[in-house]
Design a protein around this ligand. Structure first.
Ligand SMILES: *Cc1c(COP(=O)(O)O)cnc(C)c1O
Length: 474
């Protein structure tokens, strides 16, 4: 399988070559040349273990790692030990267990990995793929990122202790929850560097961009990224749509709907690809919070990225985005994979404007892709958390609550609805307190996490200060 750019200006590449890079050289995103068609393999795949299913699916997208090696990587990544924080520990073997709320209405638990958010599903695989490819090539990489919470911790837990990889993760001082801070800063691994920046998330993000735009520094210090535009993350996420489908149905003649709490369009992009591959998904329900740039597009055909100043800070912070970085992949398919059109549309986006497809031929094609959308407010999320606790005895986090709220508004007649559970409640204790008047339940092993010694360096929001740290440690 070769990979092409959504903007048409890059040579087709193999998987391992795009694994370590970010954007394509023309500024576009990589996608497979075509989507493998698997409708006739569902019978063979139903009943496979998660690791086995991951191997079958990823094999279709990765042709430059020998099968035995890829199999070993999948087996090592998707273990009951790593994904052990299920509500029902007996279900840990499933890796992504399904919890039925009401008949036909399910939660797919994706947040049972080390950092209790769905980003572990892909990031743990990335850690093992990076180690494998770097070992083979005798190379090293310095991952530089900025996080508002979930991405940074997932990256650190995936890369800790891996040879040939260092992680420099910037976080805005005092902006993450106490639990999120403790998760990251308590890591003592020699290859993990936590850097708190005096400022906001955007200040941290700007530093990362500035360092990455310094081509000489980037090449000299082998700076890499693991952000959500990375194709390998999308590929890894395709697997659980298949797993969830098999869990929620009895036969491959049935259709289902998925509801996906969305920010950068990474998670739901994987659902879109699964559907294009022939998984019987009737609809993908896209759920946003007050930052509803995507909801607006799917309702109106108008894509209007927000400015940072317009972006609201909400109780579902991992969805607080101004524009959706993976959305370009979907639009590439929407416009019939015509890179010239994508280039045109993103010339507008990159200039700070947006685009309007309303009334045109592409808006007319939108229904073919099965995406419907909705959004939630803070009050909606609190009410939903309360409702699921009182009605089902389950604690859900504010992002998942957003999904439940929007899913209830978009039932697809007679079909199972599978809501992706993107984080565990314990990560967002403040909001749980507000909703329920009590602290969220937490796994026993994580009691006292906040009182462990922390290792973090505090700096001013300056590009030179970050470069200085990288130079010092390399
Ligand atoms: C990252 C994240 C999201 C948003 O996922 P995207 O792939 O950016 O759409 C939703 N919920 C949680 C808990 C997250 O960490």
């Amino acid at each position: 399988m070769k990979y092409i750019s959504t903007r048409g200006g890059a040579q087709p590449q193999e998987f391992c070559d795009i694994l370590l890079g970010g954007l394509a050289p023309d500024g576009g995103l990589y996608l497979p040349e075509s989507y493998p068609q698997v409708a006739d393999r569902l019978d063979e795949w139903r009943g496979l273990s998660y690791a086995e299913l991951a191997f079958r699916i990823l094999s279709l997208f990765i042709s430059d790692i020998p099968a035995a090696d890829l199999k070993a990587i999948c087996d090592k990544t998707y273990t009951a030990q790593t994904y052990r924080w299920s509500r029902d520990p007996a279900k840990a073997r499933d890796i992504t267990p399904l919890t039925t709320l009401e008949p036909g209405f399910h939660l797919l638990e994706l947040s049972n990995g080390p950092t209790l958010a769905f980003k572990d599903m892909a990031m743990q695989l990335m850690g093992n793929l990076f180690e494998y490819v770097l070992d083979q090539r005798g190379e090293t990489i310095n991952i530089l990122g900025a996080t508002s919470g979930d991405t940074g911790s997932a990256a650190e837990y995936a890369m800790r202790g891996k040879h040939n990889v260092r992680v420099f993760m910037l976080s805005p001082e005092g902006r993450m929850s106490a639990f999120q801070r403790a998760q990251m800063y308590s890591l003592q691994d020699a290859n993990i560097f936590n850097i708190a920046v005096r400022g906001m998330f955007d200040d941290a993000q700007d530093i990362v961009k500035a360092v990455s735009n310094d081509a000489e520094f980037k090449a000299r210090y082998k700076i890499g990224a693991v952000n959500s535009i990375n194709w390998a993350r999308v590929a890894a996420q395709i697997v659980y749509y298949f797993k969830g489908y098999f869990e929620a149905t009895r036969s491959n003649d049935e259709k289902v709907a998925f509801c996906v709490p969305s920010g950068n369009f990474g998670n739901i992009c994987a659902g879109h690809v699964a559907r294009m591959m022939g998984l019987p998904i009737s609809n993908l329900v896209l759920a946003t919070n007050e930052n509803n740039v995507l909801d607006e597009f799917f309702r109106s055909g108008i894509y209007r990225p927000r400015t940072t100043a317009e972006t609201r800070v909400t109780s579902s912070p991992s969805m607080d985005i101004s524009k959706a970085s993976n959305f370009e992949r979907f639009v590439f398919d929407l416009v019939g994979r015509d890179a010239a059109i994508v280039r045109e549309l993103w010339r507008e986006v990159d200039s700070g404007a947006g685009f309007n497809l309303a009334g045109g031929r592409f808006a007319a094609r939108l229904p073919e892709f099965g995406i419907v959308s909705g959004s939630s407010s803070h009050a909606d999320r609190l009410a939903t958390i309360r409702d699921i606790w009182e009605g089902h005895g389950l604690m859900i986090d504010p992002h998942t609550a957003d999904g439940v709220k929007v899913a209830r508004e978009h039932p697809v007649q007679g079909l199972p609805m599978i809501i992706l559970e993107t984080a565990q409640a314990v990560k967002f204790a403040e909001t749980l307190q507000e909703a329920l008047g009590r602290d969220p339940l937490r796994p026993k092993e994580l009691e006292g996490l906040e009182s462990l010694p922390q290792r973090v360096e505090l700096i001013d929001a300056s590009v030179d200060a970050i470069k200085g740290i990288i130079v010092r440690e390399c």
